[in-house]
Design a protein. Structure first.
Length: 272
């Protein structure tokens, strides 16, 4: 019999759920799991049928970080390539991403959650930038993410002291979007992803990119990027559909399809 996959993938109504599946070690990410996660994120970005992505963990934990208990002779330079690829792919994924956290999310596991657009946690969840307790500095984008989310001083507190905080504290620091009871989190995530998956995919992708890029740009750059993005939005059928649905008092049906007509051959002048 084949062992159960270390990364589970399930699709439902435009929502793809990736579940880290190493519950015996609280879903610590091995080299094989980093590679599987990297490949799964590439596949999700290339699949136009996927409109939202959920990251979760099996067995009552989200992720206890990178697996440092399993011997791996690979040079750290090469190890970090897979981590870097996962962080960049998750950040640039053109669909909404949700971290569904129940249990521990520490080290790279916490930064994996923070790399998502939304973090939903249960009250019993615990978080820690545990790196210095392992004689390491942060990775998976933590040095970039944390100061933007909580400010420099709080980022130093979380990383240099490696404190463990609960979901309520994380929520107060803007590191968790919602705290939801454990018996309600599945329904909450299903409702949220349903709303996101039914939204206009091009407009959502443009909005995510603008916000991600805007944090490091001038107002002039942001306005120029917004103008380019809006032009792309108006070239889809979704903008027309939204206006039509508003006037007809119905819910819009967004597809993300290109709506600019191509010139017909008879209307195209060929230079002689």
């Amino acid at each position: 019999m084949n062992a159960e996959p270390i990364l589970l993938c399930a699709d439902r109504e435009g929502v793809r759920t990736l579940t880290l599946n190493r519950p015996h070690c609280k879903n610590a990410i091995s080299r094989e799991l980093w590679i599987a996660l990297r490949d799964a994120l590439i596949a999700a970005g290339d699949d136009r049928g996927v409109r939202a992505l959920v990251l979760s963990g099996a067995g009552g934990a989200f992720c206890s970080g990178a697996d440092i208990a399993t011997p791996d002779p690979t040079h750290p330079t090469y190890k970090l390539r897979n981590l870097t690829a996962v962080a960049e792919l998750l950040h640039n994924l053109p669909i909404p991403t949700i971290a569904k956290v129940d249990g521990v999310a520490v080290g790279a596991g916490w930064n994996l959650a923070l790399g998502c657009d939304f973090v939903i946690a249960t009250p019993g969840s615990e978080f820690s930038q545990i790196f210095v307790k392992r004689g390491l500095s942060m990775d998976l984008g933590g040095s970039w993410l944390l100061p933007k989310l909580v400010g420099l001083q709080q980022a130093k507190r979380l990383t240099m002291l490696a404190e463990t905080i609960d979901a309520e504290q994380a929520h107060k620091l803007n590191l968790v979007t919602w705290v939801v009871a454990a018996d309600e989190i599945d329904g909450f995530v299903e409702d949220l992803t349903g709303r996101l998956a039914s939204g206009p995919p091009i407009a959502l992708a443009q909005t995510k990119a603008l916000l991600n890029e805007g944090a490091d740009r001038t107002l002039h750059d942001a306005l120029a990027n917004e103008a380019r993005a809006q032009a792309a939005n108006f070239a889809t059928g979704d903008a027309q559909e939204a206006f039509a649905a508003f006037s007809q008092r119905r819910a819009p049906e967004f597809t993300g399809r290109w709506a600019v007509p191509r010139p017909s051959a008879e209307n195209t002048e060929v230079e002689k």
